[in-house]
Design a protein around this ligand. Structure first.
Ligand code: GDP
Ligand code: MG
Ligand code: ZN
Length: 303
C-alpha cells in the first residue's frame, strides 16, 4: 500500500513519518541514495506481510538547508523550512560564527531567519549586548526571550504561527526549553532526548512538532560547528545580506571583498558602516569556502 507522509523525525537511516490521517510509523529509506531529512514530504510503501514501511520517494522540496561535510560534500539537514531561528544565550558562551553561518545558509536557501536571544532573565553584560547588536545592524530581527520567566514568548508565538521553523544553535542555549514552553504538554522525553556525560538531557536528533496556533517547529541537536553547503551559497555575498547590499559599490562585479582594490564592503567595515565582527566572519567563511572547494577537488564526480 502506498501513502504520502511528512517526516517528523530522522535518526541516521531511520525516520518517523506521519501520514495525513495522523498515523505515525517508523520507516526506512529504500536504497542508499535517498537522503531523507526532517520536514520532508515523502511517498511510502507499506509491506503489510512484513509490517515494514519504506520511504520510496522524496517529494519536491520547497527549501533545503544543507551543510558541508569535511570533504566538501553537501549533506541535507532539514527540508521545507520557511523560517530559521538561530538561538543564542549569555551562557554557554556564544560562538557567533556558527550563528552567522546558519544565517548565511538560510538566506542562500531562501529561508527567512531571525536571531533569538534566550535567557534574558540572566542579566546580560555590555559585551553581550554588543554581540547581539551586530545582528540587528546586519538587518536581522533580534528577539529577546526567556524560557524561564516567559519574556518574549507571546511575540515568538506570533512569529512562528503558520511557519515551518527550526531552532538551531549550540547545545544548552535553551532550544528544547523554549519549545517546551510553546507547546504545553509536549513530551520531549520520548525518543529525542538522551543523557550526556554529565547526566543532563540532550537532544540527539531533529524532531518536528505541531504548534497549537498552527504551523510546525523543529527542535534540533546542539552543534559545535556548522558550515553551509558550499555549492548552495550565494556566490557574491555568501549569504551576508549587508555584503550583498554594499557590493553594489564594488569596482569589480566579481569582487570577493577580500583584497580587491575599490571594494566597497571592506571600505564599509573599515569606516564602521558594516560591523567589523561580521566582516571578519565573512572573511573566515570565504576562506573556508575556498578550502572546501579545494577538498572537493577538480572534476570530482557529483551525484
Ligand atoms: N536561566 C535560564 N535558563 C534556561 C532558559 N532556557 C533554558 N535554560 C536552561 O538551560 C539548560 C539547557 O536547556 P535546553 O533547553 O536543554 O537547551 P538546548 O540544548 O538548546 O535544547 C537547561 O538547564 C535549562 O533549564 C532561560 O530562559 N533562562
Ligand atoms: Mg535540546
Ligand atoms: Zn568588494
Amino acid at each position: 500500500m502506498e501513502f504520502e507522509a511528512q517526516v517528523i523525525a530522522a535518526y541516521g537511516r531511520h525516520v518517523r513519518v506521519r501520514d495525513d490521517k495522523g498515523r505515525i510509523v517508523q520507516a526506512r529509506p529504500f536504497g542508499r541514495r535517498l537522503q531523507v531529512v526532517c520536514g520532508d514530504r515523502v511517498r511510502c510503501n507499506e509491506d503489510a506481510t512484513h509490517s515494514e514501511v519504506h520511504v520510496t520517494e522524496i517529494l519536491p522540496r520547497r527549501t533545503l538547508l544543507a551543510r558541508a561535510t569535511l570533504r566538501g560534500d553537501a549533506e541535507p539537514v532539514v527540508a521545507n523550512l520557511s523560517l530559521l531561528v538561530a538561538v543564542m544565550a549569555p551562557v554557554p558562551m556564544p560562538d557567533l560564527f556558527i550563528i552567522d553561518r546558519y544565517l548565511c545558509a538560510a538566506s542562500s536557501a531562501g529561508i527567512r531567519a531571525l536571531v533569538l536571544v534566550n535567557k534574558s532573565d540572566l542579566t546580560p553584560d555590555a559585551d553581550f549586548s554588543a554581540l547581539t547588536q551586530s545582528f540587528e545592524k546586519a538587518g536581522y530581527p533580534v528577539l529577546l526571550c526567556s524560557a524561564d520567566n516567559g519574556q518574549g514568548l507571546d511575540s515568538l508565538n506570533e512569529i512562528l504561527r503558520n511557519e515551518t521553523s527550526m531552532f538551531v544553535g549550540q547545545s544548552g542555549v535553551g532550544k528544547s526549553s523554549l519549545i517546551g514552553r510553546l507547546i504545553p504538554g509536549i513530551d520531549l522525553a520520548t525518543g529525542e532526548l538522551d543523557r550526556d556525560a554529565e547526566g543532563r538531557h540532550t537532544t540527539t536528533s531533529s524532531s518536528l512538532h505541531d504548534l497549537p496556533s498552527g504551523g510546525h517547529v523543529i527542535d534540533s541537536p546542539g552543534v559545535r560547528d556548522f558550515a553551509p553547503a558550499i555549492d548552495s551559497l550565494e556566490t557574491r555575498s555568501l549569504g551576508f545580506p549587508e555584503v550583498d547590499q554594499l557590493s553594489i559599490g564594488c569596482r569589480f562585479a566579481d569582487c570577493q571583498h577580500m583584497h580587491e582594490p575599490g571594494c566597497a564592503v571592506r571600505a564599509a567595515a573599515e569606516g564602521g558602516q558594516m560591523d567589523e565582527r561580521r566582516y571578519e566572519s565573512y572573511r573566515r567563511l570565504r576562506r573556508l569556502h575556498a578550502d572546501l572547494k579545494a577538498a572537493q577537488g577538480p572534476g570530482r564526480k557529483r551525484d
